[in-house]
Design a protein around this ligand. Sequence first.
Ligand code: SF4
Length: 338
Amino acid sequence: MRIHDIQQRLAEAGAKPQHTGRIIRAWVQGRSLDHGTRHQPSESFLPLSVREALPQLSADLQNLAQLRSEHPGADGSARLLVGLADGQMVESVLLPRDGLCVSSQVGCAVGCVFCMTGKSGLLRQVGSAEIVAQVALARRFRPVKKVVFMGMGEPAHNLDNVLEAIDLLGTDGNIGHKNLVFSTVGDLRAFERLPQQRVKPALALSLHTSRADLRAELLPKAPRITPDELVELGETYARQTGYPIQYQWTLLAGINDSQEEMDGILRLLKGKYAVMNLIPYNSLEDDEYQRPAGERIVQMVRYLHSRGVLTKVRNSAGQDVEGGCGQLRARAVELVNT
Ligand code: SF4
């Protein structure tokens, strides 16, 4: 379901644009749909035909994203396994400091070699209403002031739905534009469309290596944009919006943690409006990839930082419960199938 399907349904029930706006605002803010105010109770402003349609609409919107299970982590985050109306499942993650990570696709076609979601391929797109429904669901637990599109899926491969959701979240959803973070491996369509939006989100770019040949191995189905080209595109967007680009670098021991790679980061990012996020890989048992040792990670951060690249270590939220992106859903599917 897309957001305009909800608008159309309300119009068919007799809602005027101001009624529709108010009802959709209530939904995205996690309130009941017929929520009025002390001075203007709902009964006084909604036509009867609309009021009669609300209980079924409310049930259908709740059905868009239902909580299947919650997995709290020690770091204050919590992974939510979210069931969609057709029985598919995605993950949302409640992040510390009122953040939420949402999924934009069921599965993903990019196939990053270190990612569990990539192993299933793309199963289906997540509709714009289903993306917003993940926020409405999370707001039943706690406030949400930041939404990052870093859950399952590549947002640039579901661009219309993601941009619609961003537009609603950045207007009626009360989320500051720089607190909406579009995360991508890099896709020219995203770089063309994001600057044209009235709500321009911040941008996170998955870089992972400074070498074009290694990037093609690690992200086999990502668009063939070289690291140099990606950083140039990112820098243009950062200057247009005034927000730094968050570069993502999943740290894999023996693969992209060498001195040569650190110098590659310096070559690419020194002087750029950028933050480098090093994300130590979250290994499962018998995994072919491992995270570098803690001492090595500290050395890397010091090296980059002292040479002018703002660098942070980010642990994948909730990693003590089920690991990185898509692992919770994979485990749930495993359980369902056994
Ligand atoms: Fe897709 Fe992101 Fe996983 Fe890569 S890391 S396969 S882009 S979900």
